[in-house]
Ligand binder design. Structure first.
Ligand SMILES: Nc1nc2c(ncn2[C@@H]2O[C@H](COP(=O)(O)OP(=O)(O)OP(=O)(O)O)[C@@H](O)[C@H]2O)c(=O)[nH]1
Ligand SMILES: [Mg+2]
Length: 235
């Protein structure tokens, strides 16, 4: 039996990460946690180091902020270099993803290769987002499904569990996205390489602490990325 690995990208999440790690370590599935921090000025990395004595918490520190996608790629490579980890879970640090749901996500991998925590597979389950943000996310997902044909209601979310053998099918040196379109690109490439996908409903709650890293350029990257994924010869 291998150890589940939860990968969490962080930038200025000191308050959240210090509360989140103990909750994750207590989960029945006994995961290890890998935090990929981009040298956060608020000292997120230092807090993670305080948990290293548990032997189950690891810090991958990168020199400067280089985007969520690149942080995940570094985390995936770290996991692939260590045979003992399977499955791999992705989640945000800000408690938008309920830690207890990790167990259900991992359980869902009995039925598929990639399990998605989905905000939109049973109505709209988003709490405390301004309407403008909700509409952006909802339309982004309709648009993604239309252009790429991905059979998913929530392709932009970041709460996922993958079998190690699925991750092995990804060419990590050929992922183009820096921002949130990373989530779309990974799911699209896994689906195209024959992986099965299942969505389970989650309730997504807006962050309580810290600030958003969402920018206009991240949104525009996703707008173009779906066309590139579907028609790579276009540009
Ligand atoms: N290492 C790293 N982590 C990042 C970067 N950008 C975002 N993150 C982390 O990725 C996760 C998701 O980012 P969020 O800012 O929560 O994005 P969001 O959920 O779409 O937006 P809000 O919750 O509204 O802030 C969080 O844990 C962030 O700290 C980055 O450039 N580098
Ligand atoms: Mg968030």
């Amino acid at each position: 039996m291998k150890t589940p690995l939860i990968i969490i990208p962080t930038y200025n999440e000191v308050e959240n990460i210090s509360r989140l790690i103990p909750v994750l370590l207590d989960l029945s599935v006994k995961p290890d946690v890998l935090v990929v921090d981009d040298n956060s000025p608020d000292g997120t990395g230092d807090v993670v180091l305080e948990f290293e004595s548990t032997g189950r918490v690891h810090l991958l520190s990168r020199p400067c902020k280089a985007g969520l996608g690149q942080a995940y790629i570094a985390g995936f490579k770290w996991a692939m270099d260590r045979d003992e980890f399977d499955p791999i879970v992705q989640m945000d640090a800000d408690f938008s993803h309920k830690p207890e749901k990790v167990v259900e996500l991992i359980d869902t991998l009995h039925e598929c290769d990639l399990a998605i925590g989905s905000r939109y597979c049973s109505g709209v389950n988003v709490v405390n987002w301004p309407l403008s943000r909700l509409l952006l996310s909802w339309f982004a997902n309709k648009y993604t499904k239309l252009i790429t044909g991905l059979p998913m209601e929530d392709a932009t979310g970041g709460f996922k569990a993958l079998k190690r053998e699925a991750l092995e099918k990804l060419d990590l040196n050929n992922i183009k996205s820096d921002g949130y379109s990373f989530q779309i690109e990974v799911s699209y490439k896994l689906f195209n390489s024959g992986c099965s996908i299942k969505e389970i409903p989650i309730i997504f709650v807006d962050r309580h602490a810290g600030t958003s890293k969402m920018t206009k350029s991240i949104v525009w990257e996703a707008v173009w990325m779906v066309w590139h994924l579907r028609f790579p010869w276009l540009f």
